[in-house]
Write a protein that binds this ligand. Structure first.
Ligand SMILES: NC(=O)C1=CN([C@@H]2O[C@H](COP(=O)(O)OP(=O)(O)OC[C@H]3O[C@@H](n4cnc5c(N)ncnc54)[C@H](O)[C@@H]3O)[C@@H](O)[C@H]2O)C=CC1
Ligand SMILES: O=C(CO)COP(=O)(O)O
Length: 331
């Protein structure tokens, strides 16, 4: 039985703990708040997130990171992207453990992907690092609705080991060696989901949604190719798959946040009425910066960034997108 630590007891850390336990691992879930850890141990439910979901007996919790990490063969990092570096600085990861990120974001200020933050701040060799991504809305996963996912790692042995560790009767992970492409796709789809949400908040329907999704994927793939990713990644589960789930589901925090903006709320007001982290609100800045650095045109990401910064309203951003010079679809 593999001993896995899940560091972060939010929606996805909680749901993924259930997957890992269903796949046969012994899971220790680290929660920042002692009352959350105590609640999990006493009631087999996380009082803070998905509180109606009963967790398997193989999941126990602690608020002590040393205890959580003690003896872990696999460490799953489930804190928001912008909090990963400071979290890693406070933790001592077991020397030989595989380290997996669940976060979908790009770090502000450094423009680093989560695997890069783990290597740097956690002093973990890239061969021991993996990520899990794909169309995995936490609520559906916790209800054991079927889903596929991607386990990406530079080292094939790491990807295969992690695939086994999270392959449950309802969760089907595929391996992928393109860590860069998978991470970029996961982070950028959150920004595209904000744009789709804005369109929905403005009252637009399926045509607008499909147009933003498709053109959003085109600009994501453009950035990926400029950075050296495999173009096929963007048509797969980490790309198209996750984009579709996030943009179409009312469960998505990013899409919902965008809807609030589209209905006229400001970023602070939208944050106040939102539950859980909408990673795209921060990552739009770092992804726009990556696009500038690599000389790639990303009009949707840039439009979202300008709305988030308060430079444009959603209708103004839309007008700018529609009034761009006409061009062939494939450029
Ligand atoms: N919820 C979902 O459906 C999915 C989420 N993700 C990604 O997983 C990551 C985590 O998301 P969720 O668990 O959904 O977020 P959440 O908002 O539900 O929970 C975030 C967790 O991080 C903790 N946290 C917040 N600030 C922290 C800090 N400074 N230090 C340590 N811990 C801190 C919170 O206490 C909470 O346990 C995000 O990058 C998200 O994009 C990926 C796939 C699915
Ligand atoms: O990444 C997700 C689904 O795969 C979750 O999306 P949200 O963070 O927008 O809820």
């Amino acid at each position: 039985m593999t001993r896995v630590s899940v560091m972060g007891a939010g929606a996805w850390g909680t749901a993924f703990s259930l997957v890992l336990a269903d796949a046969g691992s012994e899971v220790v879930l680290w929660a920042r708040r002692p009352e959350v850890a105590e609640g999990v141990n006493r009631t087999s439910r996380n009082p803070g997130y998905l509180s109606d979901v009963e967790l398997p007996a193989a999941v126990r919790a602690t608020s002590d990171p040393v205890e959580a990490l003690d003896g872990a063969e696999v460490v799953v990092l489930a804190v928001p992207s912008q909090r990963l570096r400071e979290s890693l600085r406070g933790w001592r990861l077991p020397a030989s453990a595989l380290v997996v990120s669940l976060a979908k974001g790009i770090e502000l200020g450094t423009d680093q992907r989560m695997s890069q933050v783990i290597a740097e701040a956690g002093a973990v060799h890239p061969e021991r690092i993996g990520i899990v991504t794909g169309p995995n809305l936490a609520r559906e996963i916790a209800e054991r609705q079927p889903a596929a996912a991607v386990v990406a790692a530079a080292a094939e042995a790491t990807a295969l080991r992690l695939q086994t560790v999270c392959h449950s009767p309802t969760f089907r992970p595929y391996t992928n060696g393109d860590v860069l492409g998978c991470e970029l796709a996961g982070a950028t789809k959150n920004v595209i989901a904000l744009a789709v949400g804005m369109g929905s908040g403005l009252g637009y329907g399926a045509n607008a949604m499909a147009s933003v999704m498709t053109r959003g994927l085109a600009e994501t793939a453009r950035l990926g190719e400029a950075m050296g990713a495999d173009p096929h990644t963007f048509a797969g589960l980490a790309g198209m798959g996750d984009l579709a789930a996030t943009c179409m589901s009312p469960l998505s925090r990013n899409r919902t946040f965008g809807e609030h903006l589209g209905r006229g709320l400001g970023v602070e007001e939208a944050t106040a009425v939102s539950q859980g982290v909408a990673e795209g609100v921060k990552s739009c800045e770092s992804i726009a910066d990556l696009a500038r650095t690599h000389g790639v045109d990303m009009p949707i990401v840039t439009g979202v960034q300008r709305v988030v910064n308060g430079a444009l309203t959603p209708p103004e951003a839309l007008r700018l997108l529609l009034s761009r010079a006409p061009k062939p679809e494939r450029t």
